[in-house]
Each structure stands twice: as structure tokens, then as C-alpha cells.
Design a protein around this ligand. Structure first.
Ligand SMILES: CC(C)(COP(=O)(O)OP(=O)(O)OC[C@H]1O[C@@H](n2cnc3c(N)ncnc32)[C@H](O)[C@@H]1OP(=O)(O)O)[C@@H](O)C(=O)NCCC(=O)NCCS
Length: 157
């Protein structure tokens, strides 16, 4: 399917139903409605969706002190490879920086080449492994430091 004009906007409670369908199809361990509702109402979280008329992706970030932690990211399969994941990540990172974040971290399946490549392009480097973190894979822990610096801002443009 072709991609029209994509808007990145705040994730609203009305978007949960669409996200649940995408989770079931796209995530090995899908989030439930309860998880989405609890995340959307929690403090220090930002959730965004990509919308081209229908929701085609979403992601979230949690702020813990000066650390931003990516909690979820997904782009529907027929919209992948067109920059939407990167746009969502940049929106989440900018929101985290505005909230006081200086560092960025996340966990990613070690075999998830697409996500690892996306994150590397955003300056995240692998620093460790959590063996057996997922039921079928290890987690790679990635970090980017000083995301509030001018140098890092240049990477996002
Ligand atoms: C990971 C994911 C969010 C990427 O979304 P996307 O919209 O396809 O990514 P983008 O088009 O913005 O790509 C940005 C960069 O990511 C990398 N990338 C994306 N897809 C890739 C692929 N299939 N293989 C290798 N690198 C890839 C590239 O570096 C790309 O930059 P480039 O286009 O300049 O080469 C998407 O594949 C997805 O939803 N996967 C399933 C859920 C998931 O794995 N979420 C992450 C959990 S940690």
C-alpha cells in the first residue's frame, strides 16, 4: 500500500483499538489493552502515533530522571522502510529532551536487524546483553548519551 501524508501526533485513548490489532500481528509478545491504558495514563510517558488517515505506527518513551527509555515502537508492515519509524523515534526523543532527558536507552531483540539499524542511525550503541530476556531471544541494551547536546541535535536533522 502506498503511503500518503503522514502526521505524527499524540497517541489518544481512541487509538488503542488500532494499536491492539497491530500488536497482535507485529509483536511477538503483544501489549494488552490494560498495558496501553496504564501507559497512556502514567506520569512521565509520551506516546505518539503515525497517522495517514489510519494509525500506521506508534511508539512510546518513559522518562526516569534524566534517562529516556523507549518502551515500544511499531510500524505496520506495509508502511515499513519509508522513514516512519525514524520519524516516530525523533518525535519521542525530542519530547524526552524537552522533558529533561540527557540519555536514551532501550532493549531490542538481538535478531531484530531492522530495529537495530534504525537505532544505530540515531546514535544508540550496544552496551550489553540480557540473555533470555525475551522468551525466544536475548535483549541487546543500547544507549545514546548527551542527547541534549548540539552534536546530537544535528544527528536528528
Ligand atoms: C523496526 C521498525 C519500527 C522500523 O520502522 P520503519 O518505519 O520501517 O523504519 P524506517 O523506514 O524509519 O527506517 C529507518 C532506518 O532503519 C533501518 N531499517 C529499517 N528497516 C530495515 C530493514 N528491514 N533492514 C535493515 N535496516 C532497516 C535503516 O537504517 C533505515 O534507514 P535508511 O532508510 O536510511 O536505510 C519496523 O520494522 C517494525 O515495526 N518492526 C516490528 C516491531 C519492532 O521490531 N519494533 C522495535 C522493537 S525494539
Amino acid at each position: 500500500m502506498g503511503v500518503g501524508v503522514i502526521m505524527v501526533r499524540r497517541f489518544e485513548p481512541a487509538d488503542v483499538a488500532a494499536a491492539l490489532v497491530m500488536e497482535e500481528i507485529g509483536q511477538p509478545q503483544p501489549w494488552t489493552e490494560e498495558i496501553f491504558n496504564s501507559e497512556l495514563s502514567a506520569e512521565d510517558r509520551t506516546y505518539l502515533v503515525a497517522d495517514d488517515g489510519v494509525v500506521c505506527g506508534y511508539g512510546g518513551v518513559m522518562l526516569v530522571g534524566d534517562e529516556a527509555r523507549i518502551t515500544n515502537l511499531l510500524v505496520v508492515s506495509d508502511h515499513r522502510g519509508q522513514g516512519i519509524g525514524r520519524r516516530l523515534m525523533i518525535g519521542l526523543i525530542e519530547s524526552a529532551i524537552a522533558g529533561g532527558a540527557r540519555h536514551l536507552t532501550l532493549e531490542v531483540r538481538s535478531e531484530n536487524e531492522a530495529a537495530r539499524s534504525l537505532y544505530s542511525g540515531l546514535g544508540l550503541a550496544p552496551v550489553g546483553v540480557r540473555p533470555g530476556y525475551y522468551y525466544d531471544d536475548d535483549a541487546l541494551i543500547m544507549w545514546a548519551h548527551d542527547i541534549d547536546s548540539t552534536e546530537y541535535a544535528e544527528r536528528l536533522t
